[in-house]
Design a protein around this ligand. Structure first.
Ligand code: ADP
Ligand code: MG
Length: 473
């Protein structure tokens, strides 16, 4: 594609500015931040996104809008082409180009149940066999800026399993809704297409069953069990780190299901690239399809979640208490839930509404709140937490070795020490095995610049930062 004859870049910029004004902010960010302008041709601009899912959605929802706006601005008939590029290429382009996104037009793709619904009884039986937790549904998942993309991808999969986005990986820290979304996919499929066989397992269950089958000559029935499903949902695949035999078995299960176009969805507590002791061929398969992340909810989303949960429990909670929890519990949805549970239980016990002062008193003991108290986190604790995540010892982080696998954890630990404690770079250097303060400054700059260019890396550092905020001191 040549940019020489016709360059529509400026028109593109104006187009998305206009679109931004007309769309809700969240919608714009969800979709337009995920596409980039990569060039123009004669009467045509070319946009790229990191997956077919993104492009399908943008095309269905916004192609007309884009074409009309561009044509109006240029006074010519402008076409828009879309291509899939790797995430790193997209990020590279994004550095020079602002963008946005929106809600998907997935309705067109809805798979109609091919036969009348089964009776409730049969559905219940199917659900039991699937291992799914029935209470996790799309309808009780509160969508926020942190989760719109993952939610939309999950819903698209549930509506059309095995077709477009296979496999899919949902990743994110603890308590952010991975299991909830994964189970919603399964429940939705069973409710709407009960003839499809859905199976939910945690990676731990998969591992244990595999080990049992090896010991008891039940290998074939194990293989059949997992290879005869239409939809395989495996939760928490980080559990497979270092479990070579199980990884090998999953690799073959994967290939088998993939070839027969069966839907697979996995969850993981981190991006695949950050797993340790996972075979390359297995991790490349996890990465093959659509990878979506769940981020911690913003204040507004936390309020929405708290309100929705309060209502679901048939309870009422004063606005000032909701605001207090949403302001102070910033970690994840599970912590929001436990704050609420505690207050509701207390209020039911006394059969009276809770005052803000009482709420403060009751919640003061929660680790997620206590972490906000200004206690100093020790550098040793930081080193320990970062080391655990990267599977290296504190001793190695403080040591002199310059292996690649040590340098980054060490630099992240230095970065976070400087970022979240009041210690000077000299003090930090001393704690890191007697290093000079310039080493700490260099590490800080290095991590900061990596974070500017690499979104997955940034997410990891932020996750670790949150983990540290939660450490009991
Ligand atoms: P994870 O598997 O990522 O650790 P879970 O899916 O178990 O997290 O979520 C923790 C709790 O928070 C669950 O009770 C879940 O229902 C709830 N939850 C998480 N995200 C949401 C959300 N967006 N809306 C409503 N509830 C949520
Ligand atoms: Mg989970």
């Amino acid at each position: 594609m040549s940019d020489t004859n016709s360059n529509y870049y400026e028109f593109w910029q104006e187009t998305i500015l206009r679109i931004k004004e007309t769309l809700p902010a969240q919608e714009y960010t969800t979709w337009f931040n995920r596409i980039v302008y990569i060039g123009s041709d004669d009467k045509k601009i070319i946009l790229a996104g990191a997956s077919q899912f993104i492009l399908d959605t943008v095309i269905a929802r916004y192609r007309d809008l884009l074409v009309n706006t561009l044509s109006e601005l240029t006074g010519e008939e402008i076409a828009v082409d879309f291509i899939v590029k790797s995430l790193s290429e997209i990020q590279e382009h994004k550095k020079q180009d602002p963008t946005t996104f929106m809600e998907p037009p997935l309705e067109a793709k809805v798979v109609q149940p091919s036969k009348p619904r089964n009776s409730e009884e049969t559905t219940l039986k199917i659900k039991q066999e699937s291992n799914l937790n029935y209470s996790y549904k799309f309808t009780n998942f509160v969508i926020g800026d942190n989760s719109t993309f993952a939610y939309n991808a999950s819903l698209a999969i549930a509506k059309n399993p095995g077709v477009s986005y296979n496999p899919c990986l949902i990743y994110g820290g603890v308590g952010l809704g991975k299991t909830h979304l994964l189970s919603s996919i399964g429940n939705h499929i069973i409710d709407n297409t009960p003839e499809l066989k859905v199976m939910y397992v945690t990676a731990e269950m998969f591992t244990n069953e595999f080990i049992d089958s090896v010991g008891s000559n039940k290998m074939q029935s194990f293989k059949n069990k997992f290879r005869k499903v239409d939809v395989l949902l495996i939760d928490d695949i980080h559990f497979l780190q270092g479990k070579d035999g199980t990884q090998e078995e999953l690799f073959h299960t994967f290939n088998n299901l993939y070839e027969s176009k069966k839907q697979m969805v996995f969850t993981c507590d981190r991006p695949i690239s950050e797993l340790k002791n996972i075979s390359d061929r297995l991790s490349s398969r996890f990465e093959r399809g659509l990878n979506v992340d769940l981020q911690p909810p913003s204040y507004e989303t936390r309020v929405a979640i708290l309100k929705s949960k309060t209502e679901q429990r048939g309870s009422a909670m004063n606005e000032d208490i909701i605001d207090y929890i949403a302001t102070n519990v910033c970690t994840n949805v599970r912590d929001l839930e436990s704050s609420l549970t505690k207050l509701i239980a207390y209020s039911e016990l006394l059969d009276q509404e809770i005052s803000l002062d009482k709420a403060k008193e009751l919640l003061g003991t929660l680790p997620s709140l206590a972490a906000n108290a200004n206690q100093t986190l020790s550098i040793d604790t930081i080193i320990k937490v970062i080391g655990e995540y990267f599977n290296v010892s504190s001793f190695e982080i403080k040591g002199k070795k310059k292996n690649k696998s040590l340098i980054q954890p060490r630099q992240i630990a230095m970065y976070l020490s400087r970022d979240i404690t009041e210690f000077s770079t000299t003090e930090i250097g001393t704690e890191f095995g007697g290093r000079d303060h310039t080493t700490v400054m260099h590490a800080y700059d290095r991590i900061e610049s990596l974070m500017k260019s690499d979104e997955a890396f940034t997410n990891t550092v932020l996750k670790l930062k949150r983990d540290l905020m939660n450490v009991k001191r």
